[in-house]
Design a protein around this ligand. Structure first.
Ligand code: ADP
Ligand code: MG
Length: 486
Protein backbone atom coordinates (compact mmCIF):
# COMPACT_ATOMS: atom_id res chain seq x y z
CA UNK A 1 0.00 0.00 0.00
CA UNK A 2 1.24 3.49 -0.80
CA UNK A 3 1.57 5.88 2.11
CA UNK A 4 0.44 9.42 1.65
CA UNK A 5 3.48 11.63 1.73
CA UNK A 6 3.66 14.09 4.59
CA UNK A 7 4.73 16.80 2.20
CA UNK A 8 1.65 16.33 0.02
CA UNK A 9 0.31 19.66 -1.15
CA UNK A 10 -3.05 20.79 0.19
CA UNK A 11 -5.92 20.06 -2.20
CA UNK A 12 -6.32 22.58 -4.98
CA UNK A 13 -9.36 24.80 -4.49
CA UNK A 14 -8.97 27.21 -7.33
CA UNK A 15 -11.61 26.49 -10.00
CA UNK A 16 -9.28 27.91 -12.63
CA UNK A 17 -6.52 25.45 -11.79
CA UNK A 18 -8.88 22.50 -11.65
CA UNK A 19 -10.42 23.41 -14.98
CA UNK A 20 -7.07 23.92 -16.70
CA UNK A 21 -6.08 20.44 -15.54
CA UNK A 22 -9.36 19.07 -16.84
CA UNK A 23 -8.78 20.72 -20.19
CA UNK A 24 -5.44 18.93 -20.49
CA UNK A 25 -7.34 15.65 -20.49
CA UNK A 26 -10.24 16.93 -22.59
CA UNK A 27 -8.25 18.57 -25.38
CA UNK A 28 -6.65 15.46 -26.93
CA UNK A 29 -9.87 13.52 -26.45
CA UNK A 30 -12.09 15.88 -28.44
CA UNK A 31 -9.74 17.20 -31.11
CA UNK A 32 -8.59 20.73 -31.82
CA UNK A 33 -11.61 22.12 -33.65
CA UNK A 34 -14.21 20.91 -31.17
CA UNK A 35 -12.00 22.06 -28.36
CA UNK A 36 -11.89 25.59 -29.80
CA UNK A 37 -15.61 25.71 -30.38
CA UNK A 38 -16.96 24.04 -27.28
CA UNK A 39 -14.34 24.29 -24.56
CA UNK A 40 -12.49 27.55 -25.03
CA UNK A 41 -15.61 29.66 -24.37
CA UNK A 42 -16.19 27.91 -21.02
CA UNK A 43 -15.25 29.80 -17.87
CA UNK A 44 -14.72 28.02 -14.55
CA UNK A 45 -16.32 30.26 -11.96
CA UNK A 46 -16.65 28.42 -8.71
CA UNK A 47 -15.49 25.39 -6.77
CA UNK A 48 -17.17 24.45 -3.53
CA UNK A 49 -17.25 21.08 -1.82
CA UNK A 50 -16.16 19.20 -4.88
CA UNK A 51 -18.71 20.96 -7.07
CA UNK A 52 -17.15 22.75 -9.97
CA UNK A 53 -19.28 25.40 -11.62
CA UNK A 54 -18.56 26.29 -15.21
CA UNK A 55 -20.15 29.10 -17.13
CA UNK A 56 -21.36 28.46 -20.66
CA UNK A 57 -22.66 31.01 -23.18
CA UNK A 58 -26.15 29.60 -23.79
CA UNK A 59 -28.69 26.95 -22.97
CA UNK A 60 -27.98 25.31 -26.28
CA UNK A 61 -24.28 25.24 -25.50
CA UNK A 62 -25.07 23.45 -22.26
CA UNK A 63 -27.28 20.92 -24.03
CA UNK A 64 -24.63 20.30 -26.63
CA UNK A 65 -21.97 19.64 -23.99
CA UNK A 66 -24.32 17.34 -22.13
CA UNK A 67 -25.15 15.39 -25.22
CA UNK A 68 -21.74 15.11 -26.80
CA UNK A 69 -19.11 15.52 -24.14
CA UNK A 70 -20.62 14.63 -20.79
CA UNK A 71 -18.57 11.47 -20.35
CA UNK A 72 -15.30 13.12 -21.25
CA UNK A 73 -15.96 16.03 -18.90
CA UNK A 74 -17.07 13.69 -16.18
CA UNK A 75 -13.93 11.59 -16.49
CA UNK A 76 -11.72 14.68 -16.34
CA UNK A 77 -13.47 16.09 -13.29
CA UNK A 78 -13.48 12.82 -11.43
CA UNK A 79 -9.76 12.49 -12.13
CA UNK A 80 -9.23 15.95 -10.68
CA UNK A 81 -11.63 15.99 -7.76
CA UNK A 82 -12.35 12.36 -6.97
CA UNK A 83 -15.46 10.22 -7.22
CA UNK A 84 -17.75 12.59 -5.37
CA UNK A 85 -17.08 15.36 -7.89
CA UNK A 86 -20.05 17.25 -9.25
CA UNK A 87 -20.50 19.67 -12.05
CA UNK A 88 -22.82 22.63 -12.20
CA UNK A 89 -23.45 24.76 -15.21
CA UNK A 90 -24.03 28.43 -15.05
CA UNK A 91 -25.78 29.53 -18.18
CA UNK A 92 -25.90 33.02 -19.57
CA UNK A 93 -29.40 33.49 -20.78
CA UNK A 94 -30.66 36.17 -23.06
CA UNK A 95 -33.85 37.51 -21.51
CA UNK A 96 -35.37 37.75 -24.93
CA UNK A 97 -36.51 41.34 -24.36
CA UNK A 98 -34.28 42.65 -27.08
CA UNK A 99 -31.90 44.31 -24.65
CA UNK A 100 -29.37 41.47 -24.82
CA UNK A 101 -28.72 41.95 -21.13
CA UNK A 102 -27.45 38.55 -20.05
CA UNK A 103 -28.08 37.00 -16.71
CA UNK A 104 -26.86 33.78 -15.26
CA UNK A 105 -28.70 30.82 -13.84
CA UNK A 106 -27.28 27.68 -12.37
CA UNK A 107 -28.17 24.23 -13.49
CA UNK A 108 -29.18 22.45 -11.40
CA UNK A 109 -30.48 25.14 -9.12
CA UNK A 110 -30.03 24.68 -5.40
CA UNK A 111 -33.45 23.94 -4.01
CA UNK A 112 -32.96 26.11 -0.96
CA UNK A 113 -31.90 29.14 -2.93
CA UNK A 114 -34.32 31.42 -4.67
CA UNK A 115 -33.00 31.70 -8.20
CA UNK A 116 -32.04 35.13 -9.44
CA UNK A 117 -34.23 34.64 -12.44
CA UNK A 118 -37.56 36.11 -13.45
CA UNK A 119 -40.25 33.69 -12.25
CA UNK A 120 -40.96 30.95 -14.69
CA UNK A 121 -37.97 31.78 -16.86
CA UNK A 122 -35.87 28.70 -16.36
CA UNK A 123 -36.51 25.47 -14.54
CA UNK A 124 -33.92 23.10 -13.19
CA UNK A 125 -32.54 20.36 -15.34
CA UNK A 126 -31.41 17.12 -13.79
CA UNK A 127 -27.72 16.86 -13.30
CA UNK A 128 -26.52 13.47 -14.55
CA UNK A 129 -23.92 13.38 -11.79
CA UNK A 130 -26.58 13.79 -9.20
CA UNK A 131 -29.22 11.16 -9.74
CA UNK A 132 -30.59 10.94 -6.28
CA UNK A 133 -33.40 8.59 -5.36
CA UNK A 134 -36.66 10.47 -5.11
CA UNK A 135 -37.27 12.25 -1.87
CA UNK A 136 -40.18 14.39 -0.67
CA UNK A 137 -38.29 17.57 -1.62
CA UNK A 138 -38.68 16.61 -5.24
CA UNK A 139 -42.43 16.76 -4.93
CA UNK A 140 -44.10 19.33 -7.10
CA UNK A 141 -40.94 20.00 -9.02
CA UNK A 142 -41.97 19.71 -12.62
CA UNK A 143 -38.52 19.24 -13.96
CA UNK A 144 -39.45 21.27 -17.01
CA UNK A 145 -37.08 23.66 -18.71
CA UNK A 146 -39.00 26.90 -19.16
CA UNK A 147 -37.33 27.85 -22.43
CA UNK A 148 -39.28 25.15 -24.25
CA UNK A 149 -42.51 26.73 -25.37
CA UNK A 150 -44.97 26.71 -28.24
CA UNK A 151 -43.84 30.23 -29.09
CA UNK A 152 -40.36 29.10 -30.02
CA UNK A 153 -41.42 25.87 -31.70
CA UNK A 154 -41.75 26.64 -35.38
CA UNK A 155 -44.80 25.01 -36.87
CA UNK A 156 -44.67 23.48 -40.34
CA UNK A 157 -46.12 20.59 -42.26
CA UNK A 158 -43.60 18.37 -40.48
CA UNK A 159 -45.18 18.84 -37.07
CA UNK A 160 -48.49 20.55 -37.73
CA UNK A 161 -50.75 17.89 -36.26
CA UNK A 162 -48.50 17.13 -33.30
CA UNK A 163 -48.24 20.84 -32.55
CA UNK A 164 -51.99 21.47 -32.65
CA UNK A 165 -52.88 18.28 -30.79
CA UNK A 166 -50.32 19.14 -28.13
CA UNK A 167 -51.81 22.58 -27.74
CA UNK A 168 -55.31 21.12 -27.35
CA UNK A 169 -54.10 18.64 -24.76
CA UNK A 170 -52.46 21.48 -22.86
CA UNK A 171 -55.65 23.54 -22.81
CA UNK A 172 -57.76 20.73 -21.36
CA UNK A 173 -55.36 18.23 -19.86
CA UNK A 174 -56.88 14.78 -19.51
CA UNK A 175 -60.18 15.90 -21.01
CA UNK A 176 -59.60 15.53 -24.74
CA UNK A 177 -59.21 12.58 -27.09
CA UNK A 178 -55.46 13.28 -27.00
CA UNK A 179 -54.94 11.14 -23.95
CA UNK A 180 -52.53 9.47 -23.93
CA UNK A 181 -50.74 11.61 -26.46
CA UNK A 182 -47.77 9.91 -28.06
CA UNK A 183 -45.37 11.67 -30.39
CA UNK A 184 -42.76 9.69 -32.26
CA UNK A 185 -39.97 10.55 -34.69
CA UNK A 186 -36.22 10.51 -35.30
CA UNK A 187 -33.55 12.13 -33.18
CA UNK A 188 -33.45 15.91 -33.00
CA UNK A 189 -36.82 16.54 -34.62
CA UNK A 190 -38.40 18.38 -31.70
CA UNK A 191 -40.14 15.70 -29.62
CA UNK A 192 -38.64 16.78 -26.32
CA UNK A 193 -39.29 20.39 -27.19
CA UNK A 194 -42.94 19.70 -27.93
CA UNK A 195 -43.44 17.50 -24.87
CA UNK A 196 -41.90 20.12 -22.59
CA UNK A 197 -43.82 22.92 -24.29
CA UNK A 198 -47.04 21.06 -23.50
CA UNK A 199 -45.94 20.74 -19.87
CA UNK A 200 -45.11 24.44 -19.61
CA UNK A 201 -48.38 25.41 -21.25
CA UNK A 202 -50.35 23.27 -18.80
CA UNK A 203 -48.53 24.91 -15.92
CA UNK A 204 -49.28 28.34 -17.33
CA UNK A 205 -52.97 27.68 -17.93
CA UNK A 206 -53.54 25.47 -14.88
CA UNK A 207 -51.10 26.58 -12.20
CA UNK A 208 -52.58 24.25 -9.60
CA UNK A 209 -51.91 21.13 -11.61
CA UNK A 210 -48.87 19.01 -10.85
CA UNK A 211 -47.05 18.53 -14.13
CA UNK A 212 -44.10 16.15 -14.13
CA UNK A 213 -41.57 15.70 -16.89
CA UNK A 214 -39.34 12.66 -16.69
CA UNK A 215 -36.86 11.31 -19.24
CA UNK A 216 -37.65 7.61 -19.43
CA UNK A 217 -34.12 6.49 -18.60
CA UNK A 218 -34.38 8.47 -15.37
CA UNK A 219 -37.72 6.81 -14.64
CA UNK A 220 -35.98 3.45 -15.05
CA UNK A 221 -33.06 4.48 -12.82
CA UNK A 222 -35.42 5.76 -10.15
CA UNK A 223 -37.38 2.54 -10.28
CA UNK A 224 -34.25 0.42 -9.92
CA UNK A 225 -33.12 2.58 -6.99
CA UNK A 226 -36.54 2.29 -5.40
CA UNK A 227 -36.45 -1.45 -5.79
CA UNK A 228 -33.04 -1.64 -4.18
CA UNK A 229 -34.10 0.60 -1.29
CA UNK A 230 -37.46 -1.04 -0.70
CA UNK A 231 -39.24 2.12 -1.82
CA UNK A 232 -41.33 0.81 -4.70
CA UNK A 233 -44.55 1.86 -2.98
CA UNK A 234 -43.26 5.42 -2.52
CA UNK A 235 -42.12 5.44 -6.11
CA UNK A 236 -45.55 4.41 -7.38
CA UNK A 237 -47.39 6.79 -5.04
CA UNK A 238 -45.22 9.64 -6.18
CA UNK A 239 -46.11 9.14 -9.81
CA UNK A 240 -49.77 8.48 -9.11
CA UNK A 241 -50.37 11.96 -7.74
CA UNK A 242 -49.32 13.66 -10.96
CA UNK A 243 -51.93 15.57 -13.00
CA UNK A 244 -49.95 15.55 -16.22
CA UNK A 245 -47.17 13.03 -16.69
CA UNK A 246 -44.69 13.50 -19.51
CA UNK A 247 -42.40 10.55 -20.19
CA UNK A 248 -39.74 11.29 -22.77
CA UNK A 249 -38.15 8.53 -24.87
CA UNK A 250 -40.38 5.70 -23.74
CA UNK A 251 -38.41 3.25 -25.92
CA UNK A 252 -36.05 2.99 -22.93
CA UNK A 253 -38.66 0.82 -21.24
CA UNK A 254 -37.96 -1.84 -23.88
CA UNK A 255 -36.95 -5.16 -22.34
CA UNK A 256 -37.35 -3.86 -18.77
CA UNK A 257 -40.19 -6.11 -17.68
CA UNK A 258 -40.46 -5.03 -14.08
CA UNK A 259 -40.31 -1.32 -14.80
CA UNK A 260 -42.94 -1.79 -17.51
CA UNK A 261 -45.20 -3.53 -15.04
CA UNK A 262 -45.09 -0.58 -12.66
CA UNK A 263 -45.39 1.92 -15.44
CA UNK A 264 -48.48 0.01 -16.58
CA UNK A 265 -50.09 0.42 -13.16
CA UNK A 266 -49.21 4.10 -12.95
CA UNK A 267 -50.52 4.61 -16.48
CA UNK A 268 -53.84 2.91 -15.70
CA UNK A 269 -54.29 4.77 -12.47
CA UNK A 270 -53.65 8.16 -14.06
CA UNK A 271 -55.71 7.46 -17.13
CA UNK A 272 -58.70 6.28 -15.13
CA UNK A 273 -58.46 9.36 -12.95
CA UNK A 274 -58.63 11.55 -16.05
CA UNK A 275 -55.02 12.70 -15.80
CA UNK A 276 -53.05 13.63 -18.88
CA UNK A 277 -50.29 11.37 -20.16
CA UNK A 278 -47.79 12.52 -22.79
CA UNK A 279 -45.11 10.28 -24.20
CA UNK A 280 -42.44 10.43 -26.86
CA UNK A 281 -40.63 7.59 -28.60
CA UNK A 282 -37.98 7.37 -31.29
CA UNK A 283 -40.09 5.13 -33.52
CA UNK A 284 -43.70 4.20 -34.21
CA UNK A 285 -45.23 2.10 -31.40
CA UNK A 286 -45.45 -0.93 -33.70
CA UNK A 287 -41.66 -0.85 -34.08
CA UNK A 288 -40.88 -0.56 -30.37
CA UNK A 289 -38.77 -3.47 -29.20
CA UNK A 290 -39.29 -5.45 -26.02
CA UNK A 291 -42.52 -3.75 -25.03
CA UNK A 292 -45.42 -5.63 -23.48
CA UNK A 293 -48.44 -5.92 -25.73
CA UNK A 294 -50.84 -4.60 -23.08
CA UNK A 295 -48.75 -1.45 -22.74
CA UNK A 296 -48.56 -0.96 -26.49
CA UNK A 297 -52.30 -1.30 -26.85
CA UNK A 298 -52.81 1.37 -24.20
CA UNK A 299 -50.50 3.75 -26.01
CA UNK A 300 -52.98 3.63 -28.88
CA UNK A 301 -56.00 4.55 -26.75
CA UNK A 302 -55.42 8.20 -27.39
CA UNK A 303 -53.59 9.78 -30.28
CA UNK A 304 -50.35 8.67 -31.84
CA UNK A 305 -48.67 11.06 -34.24
CA UNK A 306 -45.24 11.70 -35.68
CA UNK A 307 -42.92 14.62 -36.26
CA UNK A 308 -40.79 14.66 -39.37
CA UNK A 309 -37.80 16.47 -40.75
CA UNK A 310 -39.05 19.87 -41.88
CA UNK A 311 -39.06 20.64 -45.59
CA UNK A 312 -36.84 23.29 -47.12
CA UNK A 313 -39.27 26.15 -46.50
CA UNK A 314 -39.74 25.31 -42.84
CA UNK A 315 -35.99 24.85 -42.45
CA UNK A 316 -35.52 28.39 -43.75
CA UNK A 317 -38.13 29.58 -41.28
CA UNK A 318 -36.49 27.76 -38.38
CA UNK A 319 -33.07 29.19 -39.21
CA UNK A 320 -34.45 32.72 -39.45
CA UNK A 321 -36.30 32.23 -36.21
CA UNK A 322 -33.18 30.99 -34.39
CA UNK A 323 -31.05 33.80 -35.78
CA UNK A 324 -33.59 36.40 -34.69
CA UNK A 325 -34.01 34.99 -31.23
CA UNK A 326 -30.28 34.66 -30.62
CA UNK A 327 -29.41 38.03 -32.10
CA UNK A 328 -27.24 36.42 -34.77
CA UNK A 329 -26.73 37.64 -38.27
CA UNK A 330 -25.82 35.33 -41.10
CA UNK A 331 -25.78 36.29 -44.80
CA UNK A 332 -28.79 35.08 -46.74
CA UNK A 333 -26.77 32.87 -49.09
CA UNK A 334 -25.39 31.00 -46.08
CA UNK A 335 -28.88 30.61 -44.62
CA UNK A 336 -30.03 29.20 -47.93
CA UNK A 337 -27.04 26.87 -48.11
CA UNK A 338 -27.74 25.54 -44.62
CA UNK A 339 -31.44 25.09 -45.29
CA UNK A 340 -30.67 23.15 -48.43
CA UNK A 341 -27.99 20.96 -46.99
CA UNK A 342 -28.97 20.12 -43.45
CA UNK A 343 -31.51 17.40 -43.91
CA UNK A 344 -30.66 15.24 -40.91
CA UNK A 345 -32.23 16.98 -37.92
CA UNK A 346 -33.16 20.31 -36.41
CA UNK A 347 -30.61 19.64 -33.72
CA UNK A 348 -27.87 19.48 -36.38
CA UNK A 349 -29.21 22.62 -37.92
CA UNK A 350 -29.01 24.37 -34.60
CA UNK A 351 -25.57 22.88 -33.97
CA UNK A 352 -24.19 24.32 -37.19
CA UNK A 353 -25.64 27.75 -36.40
CA UNK A 354 -24.07 27.78 -32.97
CA UNK A 355 -20.75 26.47 -34.26
CA UNK A 356 -20.71 29.24 -36.84
CA UNK A 357 -21.62 31.89 -34.32
CA UNK A 358 -19.03 30.64 -31.85
CA UNK A 359 -16.37 30.50 -34.54
CA UNK A 360 -17.17 33.94 -35.88
CA UNK A 361 -16.92 35.46 -32.44
CA UNK A 362 -13.69 33.64 -31.62
CA UNK A 363 -11.96 34.59 -34.84
CA UNK A 364 -13.65 38.00 -35.21
CA UNK A 365 -14.65 37.11 -38.73
CA UNK A 366 -17.92 37.25 -40.60
CA UNK A 367 -19.69 34.07 -41.46
CA UNK A 368 -19.38 33.09 -45.10
CA UNK A 369 -20.01 30.07 -47.29
CA UNK A 370 -16.65 28.29 -46.92
CA UNK A 371 -17.00 28.60 -43.15
CA UNK A 372 -20.52 27.19 -43.33
CA UNK A 373 -19.39 24.31 -45.51
CA UNK A 374 -16.63 23.44 -43.08
CA UNK A 375 -18.95 23.60 -40.05
CA UNK A 376 -21.48 21.44 -41.84
CA UNK A 377 -18.87 18.91 -42.85
CA UNK A 378 -17.73 18.55 -39.27
CA UNK A 379 -21.20 17.89 -37.97
CA UNK A 380 -22.15 15.54 -40.73
CA UNK A 381 -18.69 14.11 -41.11
CA UNK A 382 -19.58 11.59 -43.77
CA UNK A 383 -20.23 14.46 -46.13
CA UNK A 384 -16.64 15.53 -45.95
CA UNK A 385 -15.22 12.18 -46.97
CA UNK A 386 -17.04 11.87 -50.23
CA UNK A 387 -16.87 15.58 -50.98
CA UNK A 388 -13.20 15.13 -51.63
CA UNK A 389 -13.62 12.10 -53.77
CA UNK A 390 -16.11 13.15 -56.44
CA UNK A 391 -15.10 15.32 -59.36
CA UNK A 392 -17.53 17.48 -61.32
CA UNK A 393 -16.77 15.60 -64.54
CA UNK A 394 -17.50 12.30 -62.85
CA UNK A 395 -20.90 13.56 -61.72
CA UNK A 396 -21.80 14.82 -65.20
CA UNK A 397 -20.65 11.58 -66.80
CA UNK A 398 -22.52 9.30 -64.43
CA UNK A 399 -25.73 11.35 -64.54
CA UNK A 400 -25.59 11.48 -68.34
CA UNK A 401 -25.11 7.72 -68.48
CA UNK A 402 -28.05 7.16 -66.18
CA UNK A 403 -30.35 9.11 -68.51
CA UNK A 404 -28.86 7.66 -71.70
CA UNK A 405 -27.35 10.98 -72.68
CA UNK A 406 -23.85 12.01 -73.63
CA UNK A 407 -22.03 14.29 -71.13
CA UNK A 408 -21.97 17.18 -73.65
CA UNK A 409 -25.73 16.93 -74.02
CA UNK A 410 -26.22 17.47 -70.28
CA UNK A 411 -24.35 20.74 -70.60
CA UNK A 412 -26.14 21.96 -73.74
CA UNK A 413 -28.51 24.90 -73.69
CA UNK A 414 -31.77 23.17 -74.34
CA UNK A 415 -35.17 23.01 -72.72
CA UNK A 416 -35.78 19.39 -73.67
CA UNK A 417 -37.39 17.84 -70.61
CA UNK A 418 -35.10 14.83 -70.24
CA UNK A 419 -32.00 16.98 -70.59
CA UNK A 420 -33.27 19.60 -68.13
CA UNK A 421 -34.03 16.88 -65.60
CA UNK A 422 -30.57 15.29 -65.93
CA UNK A 423 -28.84 18.65 -65.78
CA UNK A 424 -30.71 19.74 -62.67
CA UNK A 425 -29.88 16.52 -60.87
CA UNK A 426 -26.23 16.74 -61.90
CA UNK A 427 -26.05 20.34 -60.68
CA UNK A 428 -27.73 19.38 -57.44
CA UNK A 429 -25.21 16.61 -56.80
CA UNK A 430 -22.26 18.83 -57.65
CA UNK A 431 -23.55 21.56 -55.38
CA UNK A 432 -24.45 19.33 -52.51
CA UNK A 433 -21.78 16.66 -52.54
CA UNK A 434 -18.64 18.30 -53.90
CA UNK A 435 -16.59 21.09 -52.40
CA UNK A 436 -16.56 23.21 -55.53
CA UNK A 437 -17.94 26.72 -55.63
CA UNK A 438 -21.10 27.59 -57.54
CA UNK A 439 -18.96 29.49 -60.02
CA UNK A 440 -16.78 26.48 -60.77
CA UNK A 441 -19.78 24.21 -61.07
CA UNK A 442 -21.45 26.64 -63.44
CA UNK A 443 -18.30 26.63 -65.56
CA UNK A 444 -18.22 22.85 -65.70
CA UNK A 445 -21.71 22.97 -67.18
CA UNK A 446 -20.56 25.04 -70.13
CA UNK A 447 -20.26 28.45 -68.53
CA UNK A 448 -23.74 28.97 -67.16
CA UNK A 449 -24.65 31.60 -64.62
CA UNK A 450 -24.02 30.43 -61.06
CA UNK A 451 -27.58 31.29 -60.05
CA UNK A 452 -28.71 28.55 -62.49
CA UNK A 453 -26.86 26.03 -60.35
CA UNK A 454 -28.34 27.18 -57.04
CA UNK A 455 -31.79 27.38 -58.63
CA UNK A 456 -31.48 23.83 -59.98
CA UNK A 457 -30.22 22.54 -56.68
CA UNK A 458 -33.10 24.10 -54.79
CA UNK A 459 -35.63 22.76 -57.30
CA UNK A 460 -34.29 19.21 -56.91
CA UNK A 461 -34.34 19.44 -53.11
CA UNK A 462 -37.96 20.55 -53.21
CA UNK A 463 -39.01 17.91 -55.73
CA UNK A 464 -37.34 15.18 -53.69
CA UNK A 465 -39.30 16.24 -50.66
CA UNK A 466 -42.57 16.30 -52.55
CA UNK A 467 -42.20 13.21 -54.68
CA UNK A 468 -40.94 9.83 -53.48
CA UNK A 469 -40.52 8.45 -57.01
CA UNK A 470 -38.35 11.39 -57.97
CA UNK A 471 -36.36 10.96 -54.77
CA UNK A 472 -35.66 7.31 -55.64
CA UNK A 473 -34.46 8.43 -59.04
CA UNK A 474 -31.96 10.82 -57.47
CA UNK A 475 -30.98 8.16 -54.91
CA UNK A 476 -30.26 5.73 -57.73
CA UNK A 477 -27.88 8.22 -59.35
CA UNK A 478 -26.27 8.92 -55.99
CA UNK A 479 -25.74 5.19 -55.49
CA UNK A 480 -23.89 5.01 -58.79
CA UNK A 481 -21.55 7.69 -57.48
CA UNK A 482 -21.16 5.86 -54.18
CA UNK A 483 -22.78 8.68 -52.23
CA UNK A 484 -24.37 6.94 -49.30
CA UNK A 485 -25.29 9.74 -46.95
CA UNK A 486 -28.20 12.16 -47.11
P1 ADP B 1 -35.84 15.20 -30.06
O1 ADP B 1 -36.38 15.15 -28.68
O2 ADP B 1 -36.83 14.84 -31.11
O3 ADP B 1 -34.56 14.42 -30.23
P2 ADP B 1 -35.44 17.99 -29.46
O4 ADP B 1 -36.79 18.36 -28.99
O5 ADP B 1 -34.40 17.81 -28.40
O6 ADP B 1 -35.46 16.71 -30.39
O7 ADP B 1 -34.98 19.09 -30.52
C1 ADP B 1 -33.63 19.33 -30.85
C2 ADP B 1 -33.38 20.82 -30.88
O8 ADP B 1 -34.05 21.40 -31.99
C3 ADP B 1 -33.91 21.51 -29.65
O9 ADP B 1 -33.00 22.49 -29.25
C4 ADP B 1 -35.20 22.15 -30.11
O10 ADP B 1 -35.48 23.33 -29.40
C5 ADP B 1 -34.95 22.41 -31.56
N1 ADP B 1 -36.18 22.27 -32.37
C6 ADP B 1 -36.75 21.11 -32.73
N2 ADP B 1 -37.86 21.34 -33.47
C7 ADP B 1 -37.97 22.68 -33.58
C8 ADP B 1 -38.90 23.53 -34.25
N3 ADP B 1 -39.94 23.05 -34.95
N4 ADP B 1 -38.72 24.86 -34.14
C9 ADP B 1 -37.67 25.35 -33.44
N5 ADP B 1 -36.76 24.61 -32.82
C10 ADP B 1 -36.89 23.28 -32.88
MG1 MG C 1 -35.63 14.10 -27.04
Amino acid sequence: MKLVSATKLPPVVDPQVVWVNCLRVIRPAVGEQSFKTWFEPIRPIDLKENTLTIQVPSQFFYEWLEEHYVNIIKRAIVTELGNSAKLEYSIIIDQGNGQQQPFTINIPQHKSVTPSVAPGKVAPVLNPFDRKPISPVDLLESNLAAHYSFNNLVEGECNHFAYQAGLSAAKLPGATAFNPFLVYGGVGLGKTHLAQAIGNEIKKLHPRKFVLYVPCDLFVTQFVDALRNNQVQEFTNYYMQVDALIVDDVQFLGGKEKTQEHFFHIFNHLHQAGKQIIMTTDCAPRDLKGMQERLLSRFKWGVVTDVQMPDYRTRMEIIHFKLRSQGLDIPENVVDFLAQNITTSIRDLQGVLITLAAQASLTHSTIDLPMARAALARIISATQESEVAISLDAVIKVVAGHFNLRPEQVCQNTRKQEVVQARQIAMFICHRYTKHSLKLIAEAFGGKDHSTVSHASKAVTQKMEADQVYKSLVDAVKAKLNIRHK
